[in-house]
Design a protein around this ligand. Structure first.
Ligand SMILES: C[S@@+](CC[C@H](N)C(=O)[O-])C[C@H]1O[C@@H](n2cnc3c(N)ncnc32)[C@H](O)[C@@H]1O
Length: 329
């Protein structure tokens, strides 16, 4: 069993800069990766188990049903010589979290190397160690980083000369604005060096169901958002009081997205990152967006980033789709 880690986590000074930039925006909003410290990763795993949040279960079921078909599509070299064969190639997962999804792909593709990226060091180490035990023939490389800022995959002997296949599940692309999502997909195209990308996205659906999915009755989504305050208070010596905020998740039809926010209950000033930040009553501190993409919107987004959708696998309700993207030229 071979396993290696590379740590490229942003330094504390970067954290301070990112927070200061985000809190100056209107509305105030930080990049979603800040939600994922060790506790945030555990809370996200708990969200995935909630009855209201069906996205994870649906995507796992899609992967289990179609992994062999996905592998044979890849092995046939669909697109432009991006075919894979057992015991070769590199599968690269962006944002592995608790590694609930990649196993069917690893079983079907049996790559030489699996590269997992995640901003959360604890989730990455835990996930990769577990996968290494289940897939002893595959070399496991973990890279702790903000993948939106990664210019290239680090130089490593396991990556040299191998064909790359990307995997980006969980509708994580929806955390980015459509403009930033295009930039991220362009970036992934570069990182995958001509290889394909399997992208999991969910579609717009009933707003009431979506709002419930992001504000579950057990309070896991709420706890996940409030953990941002806890994390910032700890890492940037802040004094934000959770009791002065309430959580809200609401569907914004014009942008086809759920917006999650901490809403200030009162006029208040908090200290964070060496700065005082004032909030008005009812002012929203956006913790996260989740943009939903119809098949047409997904195709349009992919095209803007230099990809085309080669194939799509979806559930009966078309709630969740796995899109196989190949470079468009
Ligand atoms: C929405 S969760 C999805 C987890 C998993 N892929 C799934 O589908 O259930 C996003 C994951 O990506 C990681 N993540 C979020 N933003 C990131 C970034 N900019 N760079 C690297 N990892 C990131 C988080 O730590 C988390 O594990």
């Amino acid at each position: 069993m071979s396993i290696a880690f590379i740590d490229l986590h942003p330094a504390p000074t970067d954290l301070k800069r990112v927070v200061q930039e985000g809190l100056q925006r209107e509305p105030r909003q930080l990049p979603a990766w800040l939600l994922y410290d060790a506790e945030g990763s555990q809370l996200f795993a708990a969200i995935c188990d909630q009855p209201e949040y069906s996205l994870t279960r649906t995507e796992i079921s899609l992967l289990e049903s179609h992994a062999a078909d996905i592998a044979s599509t890849l092995e046939s070299g669909v697109g432009s010589g991006i075919g894979s064969s057992v015991g070769s190639g590199v599968v690269v997962e962006f944002g592995i979290g608790n590694a609930k999804k990649v196993a069917p792909l690893l079983r079907a593709l049996q790559p030489k190397t699996f590269v997992a990226l995640d901003i959360s060091r604890s989730a990455l180490e835990h996930s990769l160690t577990g996968l290494a035990a289940q897939h002893p023939a595959t070399q496991m490389l973990g890279i702790c980083c903000d993948h939106s800022q990664l210019q290239d995959l680090p130089t490593h002997p396991w990556l040299t000369g191998e064909r790359r296949i990307g995997f980006f599940p969980g509708s994580s692309l929806g955390n980015f604005t459509p403009k930033d999502a295009v930039l991220l997909l362009q970036q992934f195209r570069h990182l995958l060096a001509g290889g394909p990308l399997l992208l999991g996205l969910d579609q717009p659906s009933d707003p009431a169901l979506l709002e419930a999915a992001y504000d579950d009755a057990a309070g896991m989504s709420r706890a996940f958002a409030f953990n941002l305050l806890k994390r910032l208070n700890r890492d940037l010596q802040g004094n934000a009081l959770p009791k002065n905020f309430r959580y809200q998740a609401r569907w914004q039809a014009d942008q086809q997205r759920i917006e999650m926010a901490l809403v200030s209950r009162c006029a208040q000033t908090i200290q964070l990152a060496d700065t005082a930040w004032s909030f008005q009553p009812n002012e929203r501190w956006v913790t996260e967006h989740s943009v939903k993409y119809s098949p047409d919107a997904a195709a349009d987004l992919a095209a803007q980033a230099g990809w085309q959708i080669q194939q799509r696998w979806h559930d009966d309700q078309s709630q969740m789709s796995l899109h196989l993207l190949v470079p468009s030229n």
